[in-house]
Design a protein around this ligand. Sequence first.
Ligand code: ADP
Length: 478
Amino acid sequence: MKVLAVASEIYPLVKTGGLADVVGALPAALAAEGVETRTLVPGYPAVLAALDASEAILALDLFGRPGQLRAARAGALELFVIDAPDLYGRGGNIYSGPDGWDWPDNAFRFAALGQVAARIGAGEIAGFVPDVVHAHDWQAALAPAYLHYGGGRRPGTVVTIHNLAFQGQFPPSLVGPLGFPPAAYAMDGLEYYGSLGFLKAGLRFADRITTVSPTYAREIAAPGGGMGFDGLLRSRRADLSGILNGLDTEVWNPATDRRLAATYDATRLPLRHLNKQEVQRRLGLRQNSFALLFGVVTRLTWQKGMDLLAQMLDALPDGSQLALLGAGEPALEQAFAAAAAARPGEIGVHLGYDETLAHLMQGGCDALLVPSRFEPCGLTQLCALRYGAIPVVARVGGLADTVIDANPMALAANVATGLQFAPNDPGALRYAVARAAELFRERSAWSAMQRNAMAASVGWQAPAARYAELYRSVVRRD
Ligand code: ADP
């Protein structure tokens, strides 16, 4: 089985979010399922610089801009790279310019991705004729539409939604310049609320639609959760499913993690206190191994519920501490910096993106707060499970699917791995942290929960098996 994955980012070459992690991790996990994956990505400078070997295989004319398709390898990743300096040869963020606004030619930059994917899917590259084209997020989502209107060979097609908040909407005047017939601009085609919708096109034309957790799949097909797409998603409910993301369990392994002050496993939990000390030291918190240390590792945004957290800081349980690592909206950064200044030793804040500190916090915090308003899957709570930092999560999306709440039955059966709360408001969050504090006082129950958490299956094996099954279901036999 050959699969062409199509995405605008791939770890470790270029990453702005969880999408890159998924796209980077799936090929190796799928190989174990007998699936050979090649991934088509734009040739940003960071991608071209990371290639171990590459060869030009096709000259491209991308809406009047010249380019080359290169077959390439980077580490264990087998890639197709669109080398088109006019579209991708620029510094800074891959989606936006130095002024913070989206690049003005994003429609062309990512239509090119979909169009080249469709050409490979149609069989133009003799050495790799895919059975399935798997497009990730709006940037790749025109691939099934180009295949549909191209009228040639049709591989099976899958579109995966990593975050429905990003939809790729552009002026309808681009329908022609992007190579579609005028009739394609219709409700049953590319039209989306008066715009040309990239994600809309993918959701309309893909054989199957997946998203990154079963609960998020239900939420986005419900009125109010679909961000404009719930009607379309309901009409395609039979083709919509949720497959959880996995974690790279080698990168995230507390037994070998060099970023920790002390490595440990489920049989040596007391060693975690050395990491806790280091977190307390680095964030200016009082050295106290008995304090319940809550951690937060996140983008500071509305989606992540950080305004809710900011509102309930005064209600943190007595004797507990908060360590926050995050970057994002300036108003939230200021609110947390002010809280840390007002309560030194109790609230510690590190503003910025810091991979090492993220690992250390998972290895040292007692609990990890994730009060997201919506969460397609979420990776931080998976890291927390693996590191025995008890996740305290809003009952939404992938958070609901990955954490077993410490209700009395779950505690009695010794299967709890964390705490869930709903609805997501400051009151429920306050109640959840109070419940956590109560459980934390019962040391043996807390340690049992940590061991359950660390034993939870969070790797890529199970998700990869589900993707392989899905691919098999869309392979065309004609
Ligand atoms: P999203 O992709 O929506 O930001 P996820 O939970 O799916 O959320 O993935 C976020 C990943 O990025 C996690 O691995 C998390 O540890 C990491 N992360 C988020 N913010 C920071 C930060 N400020 N410093 C270091 N790592 C971070």
